[in-house]
Design a protein around this ligand. Structure first.
Ligand code: NDP
Length: 699
């Protein structure tokens, strides 16, 4: 196990590099500076040049080859648990530099609250994937998917789905709005999946990403080649990609369309995931009145989404869909809250909303507002003017929050994405109309619904779900703990259909499996045991005369088996168990009622009696390497045990998982209980903890 210091590297050295006159890319194990003067990147607040960015002269072939030949093999030789451990170390390490990242983010126009979404959100995502990787993936390099599929009557031909890591490269092209989270939320699942990442941040804010990557590289936590960085144009990067590679893109629909048509995607099987524009909506339930807490929650949610990151969030609320009779009240309440939003220099503590990322972005948003005005009227804010605290309103990319109200039949609010602090109020009569309006966005990342009526929640959620990747139902019961409309969470899927790009990210282990190849393996049970490393039903059982409970983890082999003696289950046994436990269900105690039962036709043994008797048959009682039984999985009772039936058990080691941080590991056993006719009575997995060496329990 590699140990890595989480001591901060000298801030001085790194911070002078992070605000260097030209950003550098990290390519094939060294920092690379573009060979021309690059494009200037301006401070969103002051308009001054922060740095320059260029990838001119970058050797894209060497970049991809390094990922493929050095990074990929280094990651793939680690198990999921080892990769997860490194992600956790990385999260802890980066946590030590948060203030540096916040300070740098100020120049992108982000307030401290905005930066927390980006920086803390990114680090939190690393923690979350580290934890998911440890708890939900095996300490292995492959993942089994689903149950064994019997493919022939004799049990000699079976099928099993298996996920393996691709020997490819994960290219991650990110938008400017989340320079930290955008990188880490893609990097974490790709790393867990065994892929090296090539990160290409949005140029406008790439200096924040570069600073984080410098910290990561300097820490030495991730294996060399598993993370490389391209600052500046993506150049010929995609030309280098092939069928084992993937591109995950976040940004505009325009760029997404260019990427979709790239020959690497069209002809060479490169997988492309897209997360693009999204006209997310928030719906106020028809059950809500202005006095209800849901009304305030709704208004607060809209204002938060309009103003956090100055509305530059792919998940921000663009369409505010409300019952017609409440439209005036909603506009009034949103306006009153917007009045309290101070715009200006994000470093100023009074400021609630900073600048847009660039003057160019402000121009784009102003154009979008003009387009919206074709069918909507501004009811709050002035796109041409805003009072600014602590900065120059023209040199910085400041914009007032702008609320519009759509005229009947408006089309533009469903088509135009103002990527800034802008939302449009639309009205509906019936729940069906609300769902139809939401669907006119052509597919979105997220929608929220404020309602306290379960029927409204059911109708709206089922209507909206096909059009969205995530739905938030907000009411008085979940408000205090709600993470809000705009926050993608590592454990829930992020991505939406249609216009939103059709991609899917995050969602816990789903995001890891997305990066892997699922293959259906067909063969004999013995072959599947060999391929998967997990004992497969029907494959050879190993009987060497030593009870497997006498073997330590080091001595146990997959397939080790104990075939037990038999035991006849008497009426006395059943009566005793019924009285002793209090489970006097009629099938075990009332012969007449039991005879009428269509499944039993007479007295039968309790299922739990069978499982208990089975344990009595297979357990080796003396102290030994087996430390504890921590559960059973997949317990099924298949044939009832009648009075005087005789049972026996076959217990086989199915899977051995050493725990990296303990001197014991988990052993999963296949338990099969049969009767005197060899019919299956019960099947289940027994889960035990077993000492790694016999030594531990000798004393
Ligand atoms: P872009 O689509 O222009 O850029 C996104 C990323 O793609 C950037 O890293 C960009 O690099 C890169 N890129 C641009 N062209 C290419 C290309 N031909 N090949 C490979 N990579 C390319 O979006 P922006 O971030 O500039 O934002 C523009 C608009 O996109 C916003 O105004 C907004 O409407 C929308 N947007 C939507 C988001 C969402 O998640 N829904 C998020 C962010 C933006 P570079 O920066 O160097 O050009």
């Amino acid at each position: 196990m590699r140990t890595v210091s989480t001591e901060p590297v000298s801030t001085e050295t790194l911070s002078t590099q992070t605000v260097s006159t030209q950003l550098e890319s990290y390519v094939a194990g060294r920092w690379f500076r573009g060979t021309d003067d690059g494009e200037p990147v301006l401070d969103a607040v002051t308009g001054q040049e922060v740095t320059r960015v260029s990838s001119h002269g970058l050797d894209f072939a060497a970049l991809v080859a390094h990922a493929r030949d050095v990074g990929g093999p280094a990651v793939r030789q680690l198990t999921f648990h080892e990769r997860a451990t490194l992600l956790k170390e990385l999260a802890l390490h980066l946590g030590g530099f948060k203030d540096d990242f916040y300070a740098l983010s100020l120049r992108t126009g982000a307030t401290r609250r905005d930066s927390m979404v980006d920086v803390d959100g990114g680090i939190g995502t690393l923690f979350s994937f580290a934890s998911k990787g440890k708890r939900e993936l095996p300490d292995d390099t492959v993942v089994l998917d689903g149950a064994l599929e019997p493919l022939g009557r004799g049990g000699t031909f079976v099928g099993q789905h298996l996920y393996t890591s691709r020997p490819g490269v994960a290219v991650q092209i990110n938008a400017f709005n989340f320079p930290v989270w955008g990188m880490l939320e893609k990097l974490a699942p790709a790393f867990l999946a065994g892929l090296p990442s090539i990160v290409k941040p949005g140029s406008q804010t790439a200096y924040v990403t570069e600073a984080v990557v410098r910290r990561i590289i300097a820490s030495g936590i991730l294996p060399e080649g598993s993370l490389q960085l391209v600052c500046g144009s993506a150049g010929t990067l995609l030309d280098e990609l092939g069928e084992q590679d993937a591109v995950a893109f976040t940004g505009s629909a325009h760029t997404a369309a260019i990427l979709r048509e790239h020959p690497a995607v069209l002809h060479r099987g490169v997988r492309l995931g897209v997360e693009a524009d999204s006209l997310n909506c928030s719906i106020l339930g028809p059950d809500v009145t202005v006095e209800d807490p849901e009304f305030d929650l709704f208004v607060k949610g809209v204002v938060t989404e309009m103003t956090v990151k100055a509305g530059q969030k792919c998940t921000a609320i663009r369409r505010v869909i409300v019952p017609e009779p409440l439209a005036d009240a909603v506009v009034e309440a949103i306006s009153a809250r917007l009045d309290r939003i101070t715009v200006g220099d994000p470093a100023d503590e009074r400021v609630r909303m900073g600048a847009l990322a660039s003057l160019g972005q402000r121009d784009e948003v102003r154009k979008a507002i003009e387009a919206l005005r074709t069918s909507a009227d501004i009811v709050y804010g002035d796109p041409a003017h805003v009072d600014v605290v602590g900065a120059d309103a023209e040199r910085g990319a400041f914009l007032s929050p702008v609320l519009l109200r759509a005229r009947p039949g408006a089309a533009e609010p469903h088509e135009v994405e103002p990527f800034g602090p802008v939302a449009t109020v639309l009205t509906f009569g019936t729940v069906e109309e609300a769902v139809d309006l939401a669907a006119r966005g052509h597919g979105s990342l997220v929608a929220s619904l404020a309602t306290h009526d379960p029927q409204v929640a059911r109708d709206v959620a089922r209507g909206l779900a096909p059009w969205h990747g995530r739905l938030l139902i907000l009411d008085r019961d979940d408000a205090a703990e709600s993470t809000g409309h705009g926050s993608p969470l590592p454990m829930l899927v992020h991505g939406g259909p249609g216009r939103a790009g059709g991609g899917e990210e995050l969602g816990g282990v789903r995001a890891v499996l997305h990066h892997m190849q699922r293959t259906a393996i067909q063969g004999s049970p013995d072959m599947l045991t060999a391929v998967t490393g997990r004992w497969t039903t029907g494959s050879r059982r190993l009987l060497d005369g030593v009870h497997p409970f006498r073997k330590s983890l080091a001595e146990l082999r997959v397939g080790d088996t104990i075939e037990t003696a038999t035991r006849t289950v008497t009426l006395d046994d059943i009566n005793h168990f019924a009285e002793f436990t209090g489970d006097t269900f009629y099938a075990h105690t009332d012969p007449e009622a039991a005879a009428a039962n269509p499944f039993f036709g007479g007295i039968v043994a309790h299922g739990y009696l069978v499982v208990s008797l089975a344990a009595g048959l297979f357990v080796d009682p003396d102290p030994g390497p087996v430390l504890a039984n921590f559960g059973v999985d997949s317990l099924r009772f298949l044939t009832p045990v009648k009075v005087d039936d005789t049972i026996r058990v076959s217990l086989t080691v199915k899977q051995i998982t050493p725990r990296t941080s303990a001197d014991y590991g988990e052993v999963r056993w296949d338990a099969t209980v049969t009767n005197q006719d060899d019919a299956l009575v019960a099947t289940y997995d027994v889960l035990t903890l077993v000492a790694k060496t016999a030594h531990r329990t000798d004393h």
